[in-house]
Write a protein that binds this ligand. Sequence first.
Ligand SMILES: Nc1ncnc2c1ncn2[C@@H]1O[C@H](COP(=O)(O)OP(=O)(O)OP(=O)(O)O)[C@@H](O)[C@H]1O
Length: 300
Amino acid sequence: MNLPVRTEGLTKRYGGLTAVRNLDLTVRAGEVYGFLGPNGAGKTTTLRMLLGLIRPSAGTVRLLGRTPGAGRLTGVGALIEGPAFYPYLSGRDNLRVLARYAGVGADRVAAVLDLVDLADRAGDRYAGYSLGMKQRLGVAAALLKDPRLLILDEPTNGLDPAGMADMRTLIRRLGAAGSTVLVSSHLLGEVEQVCDRVGVIARGELVAEGSVDELRGAAGLRVLADPPEQAVARARELVGADRVRVVDGGLELTIAPERAAWLNAELVGAGLAVRELRPRERDLEQIFFDLVERGTADVA
Ligand SMILES: Nc1ncnc2c1ncn2[C@@H]1O[C@H](COP(=O)(O)OP(=O)(O)OP(=O)(O)O)[C@@H](O)[C@H]1O
């Protein structure tokens, strides 16, 4: 499989503090990957190692098949530390400066301004831009060299809801155009709407990796029926013991929610009093919280 980003056993220690521990991260070609974790979890440290800005204490990084290092980041665009722009130059002139430095044609400047939806305001001074516009200009700068892989560190940090929505739209657009994007965030709601897969990091360790649906867990039904012991026994007979769990005094069944009527009829037919039967809703924020706090979440 084509893996633009692949780390194995990636570890960074700062004195006695292990900021990143034994991280195996994979980003697939063409996907938008959300790298998720609370503040201080180790996201920036990881991204800095990916880009060769700091050296790992242990482990390996492969970025577009190469080991990152000085001058070896061809094909990678990144927005990691707030980009440095000239405040009194316009957004367009700032990009022109960068384009000249990067050996990129001026036509590319107009193209990336369009991509990040700044064409209308490209002639305005950078100093007058909103934070969201500044961030989008940062993404435009990262896109100048038409990278195969784009790495964005918390691009929505500090933005108001409208700015966040604009950034989400931009990331979705980049994903739809086939770019591979690795975007970090401490807000699950931010990435779940735009990412194909997410990796969750807590205290320097990857505690989950998969699609948002995988993280959310399989769909199911929650049932309250009396007497409870008999309800458990009957449910296990009906759908298999491995699909039935007892949670908070009720049953959780990993079966398609459309089978609710059938299940109800079977339980009632067995003489049970069904008090409640509803689709099991998985609160993503709760799953994230469990992952981050305990390092585990029941995703069954
Ligand atoms: N240069 C450094 N020297 C010492 N400790 C550091 C250094 N850089 C980061 N750390 C520590 O490593 C841990 C991970 O920090 P990191 O910035 O990678 O987290 P993060 O997930 O990006 O969080 P944030 O969203 O707040 O930036 C933190 O405890 C931080 O204090």
